[in-house]
Ligand binder design. Sequence first.
Ligand SMILES: [Fe+2]
Length: 745
Amino acid sequence: MLKLAAYADRLSVRPGETIRFHVASETGAPVATRVVRVASADPNPALGGVRVAAVSASVREVVPPAPQTVPRGSYGVVRCPDAIVTPDGFTIAALVMVNARFIEGSAIVSLQSADGAAGVALALDEQGHVWGCAPALGVPVRVARPLAEGVWHRVWLVYDRAGGRIRVGQQALAAGAATGAVSMVESQGDLGAGLAISTILFGAMGESNDPFRLDGRIERPMIFDRALTEAELTNAFAGVDVAGLAACWDFSKDIPTDRIVDVGPRGLQGRLVNSPARAMTGAAWTGREMCWRHAPEQYGAIHFHSDDVDDCGWPVTHELVVPSDMASGQYALMLESGAETENVPFFVVPPKGKPTAKLAVLVSTFTYTVYGNHARPEWQMDPKWQAAWRAQAQEWSAYPHNPGDHTEYGLSTYNYHPDGSGISLASWHRPMLNLRVGYFTYPYPQIRGSGQRHYPADTHLTAWLEAKAIPYDIITDWELHHEGLDILKGYQAVVTGTHPEYHTREMLDALAAYKEAGGRFMYLGGNGFYWKIALNPAKPGQIEIRRGEGGIRAWAAEPGEYYNQYDGEYGGLWRRNGRPPQHLVGVGFTAQGNFVGSHYRIDEAARASRASWILDGVAGDILGKHGFSGHGAAGFELDRADKKLGTPAHAVILASSEDHPPEAPWILVPEERLTHLVTLPGEPESDLIRADLVFFETAGGRGAVFSTGSITWCGSLPTDGFDNDVSRVTENVLRRFLDPAPFAR
Ligand SMILES: [Fe+2]
């Protein structure tokens, strides 16, 4: 845990609205706060380091920050108003599947008394043996054969007090059928006369920071108020009515929510804590249906994870009522306590319907959240890299904490859960250490430059705007999703940052409507508009990504699990959903390499084209051979034009990048590769590893789009005091885009 840590309840806020901060402090000292406007979040000394300016905005301390913990691990909880089991006997049964990792005592189903002193659980030991345990039993009753990894099993615990016996068993399933041998153990035992159960838990032994959380899937847990025979158990698992059913939770119901539904006689509804993954294939998935909405009975599993964190739940310690005259922009709450510092960036959006500039900078807060607490593979696998990062953080006085060091806040959707499953749900209700003023991603400045991505990298753009004295408003993904075209239409031009990668349908619809209504759109990044996300309809700040089917991806969604749990739509790439990025911005993701940049070569024909004005003031045919992101304007993730994928026929390709250094192998995106010899476009792979600089008009010349197709473009803006060829091209486009005169074609 950090000694001083914090998060906000929202990432964007309007004048007059309140933003609340949740601060945890172990320093024992008072916590001082101040609000700053962020001019540059890049700590690179070559750019003068982080630049912030104090603003007058009074932050109210609601309660003094205190030490806090992070509640980790997802589970289900049901409260029982009356005795669900009799002391004379009961049966617990469920389906379960686990992967590589087991935790001593990790619970499948746990029945607890109000004080936790009495109860019984059906659980797993660290080798994957099913066991029954209870305080009254002492030694657990353990099945000899462990569960097979990645295989669904029936598991059960039967207690018969009159006979003084407890039986625990398991049986493997294949395609939903019980084909494996029954493994069972029976023991003498007496759970006593007073088993007053008040709470039932799925995937947890207890509620408060219980170390025995499950990594694995549970389906259809059932409780009977008597001891079932083997034949009755078989019937119960087969869905046949068996006398004595007290409760049966059908996890295929209410999938988009955190509710769990009891279809038994008492209707004991429960809820999920810390957002486990739903819409997961269950034991009965046949492979004939891919969408959970079409065959919910095949999607009755919930995948619990011991490291899920959807909300730290710390008390509100500070709040800021944004002053009515606070200018739209990038701000941060700076915190200081003893020797510790922390910062929480946030974005002030202009009052609704009242733009204060002709230009809007669209800040990719959803992408920031999806990347929140990305523990990089280099950090996890390369001690030299890690040491280099630490040394550079100290040398640069950069933000000193790395998500790889602080898994307690939950990792990103670019990481894995402990059992190897991909993290599909992201939340901003927790400290996100890579969304910080002064954070840098990559060490080795001789190769990577500032090594900036996301939020700090995007301040290269806003610092450039301020250097050029071009007024701008900030808007974010949140407003784009919720307000659509309304938030855009007051602006003559809208510009993105380096990496607007994650979008909902509403966001793409709004941007498409804007450009078709005559808006001017500048996409100054790479790998944009790539993945489709869904928002939790019940909780702002929670985002889902299913890494389905294709794409450059950190993990792969399992077959049959490409449909989002929150909105039931097919997830994955927008390209697989009929909306390749080329439709919107003329270019789309084509290749990825390491975080290094190269240059563009200007197309001679472009000098003679109707878009030649974009190149005014740029001599020669090389563009962007410099920069603070990988030392080149075209790097890391590249997008190219492709008419088959939607680039308009009249688009002008002004320049294309080349000479991408083989410091690491560049790869074509998998969706563009067919065989080892053949690519989808039919061109050699080497020709497809390029960024295209593209311009095209929309709405009969009233609107226009300019795209750079590279994630490192904005890193070249600050070179030579913002006076360079990339700066010149960007300024040519932006000044023209801000001029409402239509484009002649
Ligand atoms: Fe990305």
